[in-house]
Design a binder for this molecule. Structure first.
Ligand code: ADP
Ligand code: MG
Length: 249
């Protein structure tokens, strides 16, 4: 059994079937990509996994426990962290302050803005935040106003903030969207390193096939809310149904 088991999930938005009989099994410690054309239901599926949306029918088990009916906070506590399609950082704060907030949230289960002033006195938090920034190649940007960072750096900061939660399953929704090629390659390398350095399962939604084929061990192709095929990257590349439905051939 996979660390994540999705069974017969259906989700409608009014007359639109966004997810239709979705079955998905993600193996522990693997990198599993979910690809598919725009509107295929990829983000909807992710929203179901993190408790932002409740499916009409079906089940979602994480490490054997149902996530359905739990709040996003509870699901996060179970070990699932998600990086959004648009970066969610505190733009008014520095890179280091953002990172420390994430480390605080992990240690104390909550964070208040009043605590910002005393943050710098907490040695363990400062050290952890510095170490996390360093591992994402952001150490030299620690004092920077985070709103002024490049898109790629914002994304990497957000990934670092998610990792501070020490998730067992990291969900990434188009982590390289809008990035230049060099930035994309940098992010691929960092994700590889993240995977190497810890026990973590990564599920990644991605449009860029270069990213998908560089990272994924398994690929699920979603089309019109339903998994079309699931296989290894090698087999997906040559799959006639995939070429037709997704690669437009
Ligand atoms: P993807 O991420 O694969 O591009 P989405 O999961 O965002 O696709 O969307 C799947 C379908 O569901 C699309 O047709 C989209 O317009 C629709 N949809 C997504 N979210 C909502 C919503 N909150 N309300 C109504 N329709 C939605
Ligand atoms: Mg999407």
């Amino acid at each position: 059994m996979g660390i994540l088991e999705v069974k017969n999930v259906n989700k409608r938005f009014g007359g639109l079937k966004a997810l239709s009989e979705v079955n998905l099994s993600i193996a522990e410690n693997s990198v599993h990509a979910i690809i598919g054309p725009n509107g295929a239901g990829k983000s909807t599926l992710l929203n179901v996994l993190v408790g932002k949306l409740i499916p009409d029918t079906g089940s979602v088990l994480f490490d054997g426990q149902s996530v359905l009916g739990r709040t996003p906070y509870e699901i996060n506590q179970m070990g699932i962290s998600r990086v959004f399609q648009t970066p969610e950082i505190f733009g008014d704060l520095s890179v280091m302050e953002n990172m420390m907030i994430a480390c605080f949230a992990k240690r104390d289960g909550a964070f208040t803005m009043q605590a910002i002033g005393s943050m710098m006195k907490e040695r363990d938090i400062v050290e952890k935040a510095e170490q996390m920034l360093d591992s994402m190649n952001l150490a030299d940007k620690r004092g920077m106003h985070s709103a002024s960072m490049s898109r790629g750096d914002k994304r990497r900061l957000e990934i670092a903030m998610c990792l501070a939660q020490e998730p067992r399953l990291l969900l990434l929704d188009e982590p390289t969207a809008g990035m230049a090629r060099a930035d994309t390659n940098n992010t691929i390398d960092l994700l590889k390193k993240i995977k190497q350095d810890r026990d973590i399962t990564i599920a990644i939604i991605e449009h860029d096939m270069h990213v998908v084929f560089s990272l994924a061990e398994r690929i699920t192709v979603l089309a019109q809310g339903t998994p079309l095929v699931e296989d290894t990257p090698e087999n997906i590349k040559g799959h006639p149904k995939v070429r037709e439905a997704y690669l437009g051939e």
